[in-house]
Design a protein around this ligand. Structure first.
Ligand SMILES: Cc1ncc(COP(=O)(O)O)c(C=O)c1O
Length: 400
């Protein structure tokens, strides 16, 4: 017997899922994979992840956890051992002062953001978000029912965000300000005194500040800084951290939050009804990463500094390409607007699409980050790959 199904009924999805888009960076990865599947040699500047392998002592801890049958559920927000390791590492490196009850682990930094924004932001609340922003912020805010309030930064001053810009964007509906220094995609690093002034003006008005510190160790502009060190304002601060970039562990999925205990409690409640604890074995690996030798972090940082100079020099040598010097993370964010109007190209999306299909170089167009004139180039790759991609780009731009 066949059962007739009304097609419009099967696709009636919720308003909240219809408010968001798939991640723009994931879309590039998929398209580049498709080309590779056809046997095409693609130079990949799209993926936002370290090219390094996870350090050996971290891998060994995971293997030991498997062999030791550390395979049961743990507390939702992670083991006490892991939460202590998070708190101690942050205190030692970034001068914060959190307790175990003010820390929790989730399935990656993205999951932490999802938890935090969904427990803080209600329908109609405004969330201040500097442009360019990392792709997922806007969609997670929208999913929660909030309204992103975008602030343009100043490219001529390396995408600087000032307290004055933030102050102008505040309204009675502002619930949260999101900061991400060093920034994905621009690499901009904020000055500690600007960060402090923003936190202070937010705290005075009862507004929360969420600091996404996924790249906090990849700071080439100055001493690494966390607003977690501004202890007087702790009651209004949420720190989002991740092991993904710091220890080259993107696929392992381990992120953490540091925040006032009641907020951590609410985030754990949400997490208890979706993923529960992050993978037990990964928690053991994370403890080894956080408590173990930190030289690997510095070694990777030094290599990124070298690659940053290499890629920025190469990009600036291409006629028509303008590129700020990123102060951190591992992305260059060149402005390509001088090519608009040539060969039918009028947007970063068209340009990145043609660059991928014609020159076989994968990059991420700026539209996903809120700007129309840029593409994001991840330089977390070898100098050889950078040279191959830069040469292809040079030829492609010359042909326009
Ligand atoms: C700014 C920023 N925040 C958060 C994340 C999420 O990282 P993960 O979920 O791998 O910890 C990323 C990843 O690219 C990022 O760039």
């Amino acid at each position: 017997m066949t059962v007739a199904v009304e097609p419009s009924l099967t696709l009636k999805l919720t308003d909240r899922i219809n408010r968001i888009q798939p991640s723009a960076t994931m879309a590039v990865v998929a398209e580049a994979d498709k080309l590779r599947g056809q046997g095409i040699d693609v130079v990949d500047f799209g993926a936002g992840e370290p090219h390094f392998a996870t350090p050996q002592h971290i891998k060994d801890a995971a293997i030991a956890a498997i062999q030791g049958n550390f395979s049961k559920y743990t507390a939702v927000g992670g083991t006490a051992e892991l939460r202590d390791a998070i708190v101690h590492r942050h205190a030692a490196d970034l001068s914060s002062d959190y307790r175990r009850e003010e820390a929790m682990a989730s399935v990656g930094g993205k999951h932490v953001l999802f938890n935090a924004i969904n427990v803080l932001v209600d329908h109609g609340d405004e969330v201040i978000l500097p442009v360019p922003y990392w792709v997922s912020f806007k969609d997670i805010i929208r999913y929660a029912g909030g309204n992103p309030v975008l602030i343009e930064t100043d490219e001529a001053r390396d995408f600087a965000l000032t307290p004055e810009m933030v102050e102008r964007a505040i309204t009675p509906r502002t619930k949260l300000i999101i900061l991400n220094s060093p920034s994905n995609p621009s690499g901009a690093v904020m000055r500690p005194d600007d960060l402090e002034r923003i936190v202070s003006l937010a705290a005075k008005r009862g507004i929360w500040v969420l600091s996404d510190e996924c790249y906090v160790y990849l700071n080439y502009a100055g001493k690494q800084f966390s607003i977690g060190s501004l202890r007087d304002y702790k009651e209004r601060i949420v720190i989002v951290g991740s092991l993904s970039k710091t220890y080259a562990m993107t696929g392992w999925r381990l992120g953490y939050a540091l925040a006032p205990a009641p907020l951590i409690g609410a985030m754990q409640k949400l997490q208890s009804q979706c993923t529960s604890n992050p993978t037990s074995i990964v928690q053991k690996a994370a403890v080894a990463g956080l408590n173990g030798p930190q030289q690997c972090v510095e070694d990777m940082r030094q290599e990124y500094i070298r690659l940053r100079h290499h890629v920025v020099k190469g990009l600036r040598a291409i006629p028509g390409v303008q590129c700020t010097l990123p102060g951190g993370a591992f992305y260059a964010y060149p402005n390509l607007s001088s090519f608009f109007g040539r060969s039918g190209i009028n947007s970063a999306a068209e340009l990145a699409g043609r660059l991928l299909r014609q020159a076989h170089v994968a990059t991420v167009p700026g539209e996903g980050f809120g700007t129309r004139e840029h593409i994001r180039i991840s330089y977390a790759t070898s100098s050889g790959e950078l040279d191959r991609g830069l040469e292809r780009m040079r030829k492609f731009f010359a042909s326009l």
